[in-house]
Write a protein that binds this ligand. Structure first.
Ligand code: HEC
Ligand code: HEC
Length: 332
């Protein structure tokens, strides 16, 4: 008996030591660095800078970047404090992405921006950026180039501005995750072609999963995400993921948007869906709540295609307890 206790004591001691060593390692190492391997074709990338690419990039960025990087104070893309992130993740600021060469990204090459948006690795240093800043591994090369064309453009929101936040300090939790579960995404080796709008279902999947990333909010737990193959995410489009309101505290459950008639949107018409997605209007009246922001810049064709795609997604029966906040305050 005594021997067993001794063994147990040693085992426990070893575990405590290992955990302690890991904690120390993580604390000292911080967020990891990776080798920067930019393919030659990306290194020399020069995106087209004609007005139609810039306009398309602006449209995409209005749904993908502006929400986090636009500051009402400077009225430019100088970054903001991310108040909707829980304090467990530390104090996180999105950064200055204006054309300022020192404080913004004016000094980055087109290829560096491309590489960063695909992988989440800072091209200058190899530092891994945790996914407070989303990555876009499935966006077509064409759309990605449009976004970069816009970032390079003379849009007043991108005019050089010296406003600067200090680099983000990651807390232990984020450092630990970045050394274990989190990591950068692989750089794709083949061109990513945008599907043709005539293939409604494929195009809808592209917009929902490849561009806007509806699945990233609308599936189950964040830990069950599959960024490279979204349809393999846990509870794909079945909702249940818990997000936070602007205050970083109030939980807002994400809706089930599979076609389940009882717990999803199986009874919705295409028009009701389009009004919800583009303008935040609920069919029964009232407005959808943050973080379901209106995607007014989506075209009719895109919204209808997403609806067509959702009709092909396996139905999940999952009743989600919905947020009952102040409707007047919703969708500010
Ligand atoms: C959900 C919020 C969010 C969205 C959406 C978002 N970003 Fe970010 N972005 C961040 C945060 C937070 C950081 C800082 C990450 C860090 O350093 O820890 C960041 C950092 C960056 C950086 C690096 C800046 C630097 O100086 O290191 C670039 C470039 C960038 N974002 C571009 C974009 C573009 C382009 C889009 C749209 C396609 C976009 N971001 C969408 C939150 C966001
Ligand atoms: C940042 C996270 C996020 C993203 C991205 C997002 N949603 Fe949502 N969505 C939510 C949340 C949270 C709700 C629930 C809001 C509420 O209860 O008021 C919601 C609600 C909805 C609803 C209403 C469902 C119902 O039963 O009332 C629809 C439809 C919807 N989203 C479709 C989409 C589509 C399509 C996309 C992509 C174009 C998308 N969402 C992107 C978070 C998101």
């Amino acid at each position: 008996m005594k021997r067993i206790f001794k063994i147990l004591a040693y085992a426990t001691g070893t575990v405590i030591l290992l955990v302690g060593a890991f904690a120390l390692y993580v604390q000292i190492k911080g967020v990891p660095y990776y080798p920067v391997e930019i393919p030659e074709a990306v290194k020399t990338l020069k995106v087209p800078t004609d007005s139609s690419h810039i306009a398309e990039g602006k449209r995409i960025a209005s749904m993908l970047c502006r929400e986090c990087h636009y500051s009402t104070e400077t009225q430019k893309m100088t970054g903001t404090f991310r108040s909707d992130m829980t304090k467990d993740l530390g104090e996180i600021y999105s950064l200055n992405i204006t054309r300022d060469p020192t404080h913004g990204i004016g000094g980055w090459t087109d290829g560096e921006i491309y590489y960063f948006l695909r992988t989440g690795i800072r091209p200058q240093t190899g530092q891994y950026v945790p996914p407070f800043m989303p990555r876009f591994p499935r966006m077509s090369d064409e759309d990605m180039q449009s976004v970069i064309a816009w970032l390079r453009s003379s849009d007043p929101e991108l005019a050089p501005d010296a406003h600067e936040y200090p680099p983000n300090k990651y807390n232990f939790f984020i450092k630990a995750l970045s050394n274990t579960l989190f990591g950068p995404l692989p750089m794709q080796q083949q061109p990513i072609i945008k599907p043709d709008t005539t293939d409604k279902v494929l195009f809808g999947k592209y917009v929902a999963d490849g561009v806007i990333g509806c699945f990233a909010c609308h599936s189950g737990d964040v830990m069950e995400f599959n960024e490279m193959e979204p349809e393999k995410s846990g509870n794909y489009f079945g909702g249940g993921n818990v997000m936070l309101d602007m205050d970083g505290k109030t939980p807002v459950n994400v809706a089930n948007i599979t076609m389940d008639k009882e717990t999803g949107i199986g009874n919705w018409t295409e028009q009701q869906f389009a009004d919800a997605v583009r303008f935040g209007k609920k069919p029964q009246g009232g407005m959808l709540h943050y973080p379901m922001t209106p995607h007014a810049a989506l075209t009719e064709t895109e919204v209808k295609a997403i609806f067509a795609y959702l009709k092909t997604v396996p139905v999940i029966h999952n009743k989600v307890e919905r947020f009952k906040g102040n409707e007047q305050e919703a969708m500010k």
